[in-house]
Design a protein around this ligand. Sequence first.
Ligand code: EPU
Length: 335
Amino acid sequence: MIHQHTSLLPYNTFGIDARAAFFTEICSIQELQTALQAGIQPVMILGGGSNMLLTKDVSGLVIKNSISGINLAGSDAEKTFIKVGGGVVWHDFVCWAVENGYGGVENLSLIPGTVGASPVQNIGAYGVELKDVFVELEGVELATGQVHTFGHAACRFGYRDSVFKQELKGKYCITSVTFALTHHAHRLNISYGDIQKTLESNGVTEPTIADVSRAVIQIRSSKLPDPAKIGNCGSFFKNPETSRTVLERIRLSHPQVVSYDLPDGRVKIPAGWLIEQCGWKGEKVGNTGCYEKQALVLVNYGGATGAEVKNLAYAIIDSVEKTFGIRLEPEVNII
Ligand code: EPU
């Protein structure tokens, strides 16, 4: 059933009260195809609403993808293939995998959003990205209602990027994703950030996938605000990649600059560090602000409009550019 003038407040983790002219929730490919046949344009697909900032009411039809299901789709000597509905909450899938002894997604614990949205920006955390466990996805082309399958190469994954953020932006609804997870001899990835330290302080010497998941949950909850309490979309900006020359120039005025080497000789500088150096960390502007424990996260303290958050984001972008000559790019989809 298609509803009119629906508030999207319950459907976006920033907690912005924008309205959709038309709204429907679908639980199967057939329901999606029926909704598309209504011919209402434009169509916007909504997953967990955890990576978008609504700055105005949305015209056209908003479709909430609630396709469920976690199904075994085969296995080989090392891996089990698991096909998951696009509407499944990402962290519910991670918990299911950990509880059932499947390895590969434990570092991606507690990332907000849905399985259908996960390939769009190739979600990643603590040294693991979605592309590392991805096999294929099924998507419905919004213009035709046809179901297409995309393999790994066709998705063109990059850092927080895929073909679904580029040429195919807004053209598909991802209805399922198939993952390959290890069923034994799990390859744990604990070298990144604070994972090792957290495992040690938990008294864990021989970590299991459940231990790693627990550690990641602890780290994330200590740094990132819970969207149920303070509206947010996780990292608002991407970590910028730049040349070594730019890094050395920054080092002259800021000897403590943090950076990570990239395989191509360039470097990545944490956006959180750049923003903090510009004095934004913990700053409140009206109902919005830059989170006190992680400067990369913008928050809604209650009642903020999308435009307010957008203004803050662009004030931060301008200030970082003025200070460091680096223009940050939003990771969040601004609508
Ligand atoms: N830093 C600061 N000040 C801050 C925040 C960070 O100086 O306020 C510096 C510190 O030096 C810190 C470094 O930045 O060591 C890295 O910070 P952190 O480990 O928190 O990671 P990040 O680079 O800020 C990225 C992802 C996160 C992911 C973490 C852990 C992006 C845009 N963000 O953040 O992803 O959880 O690494 O892997 O790549 C998300 O995408 O929503 C997200 C939360």
